[in-house]
Write a protein that binds this ligand. Structure first.
Ligand SMILES: Nc1ncnc2c1ncn2[C@@H]1O[C@H](COP(=O)(O)OP(=O)(O)OP(=O)(O)O)[C@@H](O)[C@H]1O
Ligand SMILES: [Mg+2]
Length: 259
């Protein structure tokens, strides 16, 4: 059975369906990008996957278990939420924040111990933040905070990694570091990744499948089925161009160029 299954899922706020009859599967080792303009339901899709938002219709399975029921596998999803700015005086260190990733697996009233602390330090090193574990989290740069939240998501060895726009709002160098971190984790663990991003280009070599959301429509398919001008134009409008440089494809949309 696939690692994630969305089967004809409709999700609404009030009477307004944001996702309508959405079907897709994520298999072992898939690297899935969820893309689409603002407000098309990318975060809603993730909330539905996590069991936080209930669908009106359809079923969602994670690791073989319907998420609408009590699903122990929900704990096996490492989740990096869409970024919210953090007060520079937020009273927690990087290590404190990463350790909160162990709480779901520890259970009620159990505090992280030596083992979890060692795991947190190992993951902090893995995301390239070694030596920063005692820094106040709110005083790290935006890119460092993103990498810290990725380390947090990896606590307890998740079987699926879900990230909601982890490269949004940081400078280009930091975006590259976050992207490299995601790539390294994927190549090392080969756990399926479901990544929401507006910028597919840096990930095009990794992507296996794409869920493209538009207003009132969606397209799901293998990378080569979706990365086509006629499909992307259905969602982004006429200002879409795919260019090829040195054998690599790049998707250009008006979003990136503010023409
Ligand atoms: N809690 C809510 N109550 C009512 N409407 C909501 C709620 N959350 C989201 N929506 C609406 O649902 C639609 C989809 O929102 P969602 O946050 O899933 O979009 P998104 O694709 O993640 O957008 P963005 O690119 O801005 O992050 C939007 O029209 C949004 O206003
Ligand atoms: Mg969103």
């Amino acid at each position: 059975m696939a690692e994630i299954i969305f089967n004809e899922v409709t999700v609404s706020y009030g009477d307004f369906p944001v996702l309508k009859d959405l079907t897709f599967v994520v298999e072992k080792e898939d690297f899935v990008i969820v893309m689409g303009p603002n407000g098309t339901g990318k975060t809603t899709l993730i909330k539905t996957l996590l069991g936080v938002k209930k669908p009106d219709k359809g079923l969602v399975y994670v690791l073989g278990c319907p998420v609408q029921k009590v699903c122990p596998h929900r704990k096996k999803i490492g989740y990096v939420p869409q970024f919210q700015s953090i007060d520079p005086d937020f009273p927690a260190t990087l290590c404190d924040v990463v350790l909160t990733g162990s709480y779901a697996n520890l259970g009620y009233l159990k505090l992280p111990g030596k083992e979890e602390k060692e795991e947190a330090l190992r993951l902090i090193e893995e995301v390239g933040l070694k030596g920063m574990e005692n820094h106040p989290f709110g005083r790290l740069s935006g890119g460092q905070q993103r990498r810290g939240l990725i380390a947090r998501a990896l606590m307890g060895s998740p079987r699926i990694l879900v990230l909601d726009e982890p490269t949004a709002g940081v400078d280009l160098a930091s975006q590259n570091q976050v992207r490299r971190t995601i790539q390294e984790i994927y190549e090392k663990t080969r756990i399926p990744v479901l990544l929401v991003t507006h910028d597919i280009n840096p990930f095009l070599s990794l992507v296996t499948k794409i869920v493209l959301l538009g207003y009132g429509k969606h397209f799901v398919g293998e990378k080569d089925e979706i990365i086509r001008e006629e499909i992307l134009r259905e969602v982004y409008g006429e200002y879409v161009k795919i260019i090829e440089v040195a054998g690599r494809k790049y998707v250009m949309t008006r979003d990136y160029h503010y023409a």
